[in-house]
Ligand binder design. Structure first.
Ligand SMILES: Nc1ncnc2c1ncn2[C@@H]1O[C@H](COP(=O)(O)OP(=O)(O)O)[C@@H](O)[C@H]1O
Ligand SMILES: [Mg+2]
Length: 261
């Protein structure tokens, strides 16, 4: 199953959740791959993957679709182990910025979908982290994915953003990827003591958005986890932040197993 973490807004928790959900999935015994499509490479840094050579990065993988090679390397060769059992990564690269216009003009938008389809027997779960924009790479990811998780911070712009996001996802579904669906909206950095977040989330639920009932609190543990390059489940398995992410993980996995044939 391929999940993409997407929101055009930055700083909402895409990278944090991609890494932590994937780490939980790996710890749960599922062979899990993380794919870093953001030029900021936060996910790769979080999983200590930036010392993997650029020849094995996502840039090299995309590059071979627009340059001549006698032998194209299959995507599995780009999947590198991390220090955690069952957890693999295709590291990000700033260089994808330079490749974007050529990939786009040469209509390579389905290449990621076709490559990831060959990994379905190798990995039980694939998590894709995306940049905060609907560009060639995030569109490629949404075309490749089975489902989309949308993290939001609970401020007033979150709602407006979601409305246009929902329309764009619907359009991608109609034009490119019939099976794409929004698996859940994840309320991140939720402050239970403030009025506004509660009201915004309530309104979203009333409007029919699939908000996951376990909200993820704001906590300094997230930054510590980034700094220590250690996912929450390994760094602070009992912390309330970890437990909230784990509750979200359980919800999406239960939904996934309910919809599996
Ligand atoms: N629940 C949280 N509590 C506190 N800080 C958080 C939380 N989630 C994310 N952050 C912090 O917010 C910043 C943005 O998160 P990030 O995952 O990089 O967002 P995005 O990938 O959407 O840009 C990071 O510094 C991260 O440590
Ligand atoms: Mg990010």
């Amino acid at each position: 199953m391929i999940r993409v973490l997407f929101n055009k807004k930055g700083g909402v928790g895409k990278s944090s959740l991609a890494v932590n959900l994937a780490a939980m999935s790996a710890a749960d015994g599922l062979r899990t791959l993380v794919l870093d499509l953001d030029t900021q490479c936060n996910t790769s840094s979080y999983l200590s993957a930036l010392d993997i050579g650029d020849d094995d990065s996502i840039a090299a993988l995309f590059e071979q679709t627009i340059t001549f090679h006698l032998r194209k390397r299959p995507i599995i060769e780009y999947c590198q182990p991390t220090s955690y059992e069952n957890l693999f990564i295709i590291r990000g690269s700033e260089r994808i910025k330079e490749l974007e216009s050529e990939l786009d003009s040469r209509h390579k938008i389905y290449k990621l979908r076709d490559a990831l389809a060959t990994l379905r027997d190798d990995f039980d779960r694939i998590y894709i982290d995306t940049p905060p924009a609907l560009n060639f790479y995030s569109l490629s990811a949404l075309i490749a994915a089975d489902s989309c998780l949308i993290p939001i911070d609970c401020d007033d712009f979150a709602r407006q953003g979601l409305y246009s996001l929902q329309q764009q996802i619907q359009e991608i579904k109609e034009d490119h990827n019939e099976s794409l669906h929004v698996e859940g909206i994840i309320a991140n950095q939720y402050m239970a003591n403030a009025n506004l977040p509660g009201r915004i989330i309530q309104e979203l639920i009333e409007e029919g958005y699939p908000v996951i009932a376990d909200y993820i609190p704001q906590s300094v543990k997230m930054r510590e986890s980034h700094q220590q390059k250690s996912p929450l489940i390994h760094m602070a398995p009992k912390h309330k932040l970890t437990l909230a992410v784990a509750a979200c993980y359980d919800v999406i996995e239960e939904q996934a197993s309910a919809s599996e044939p």
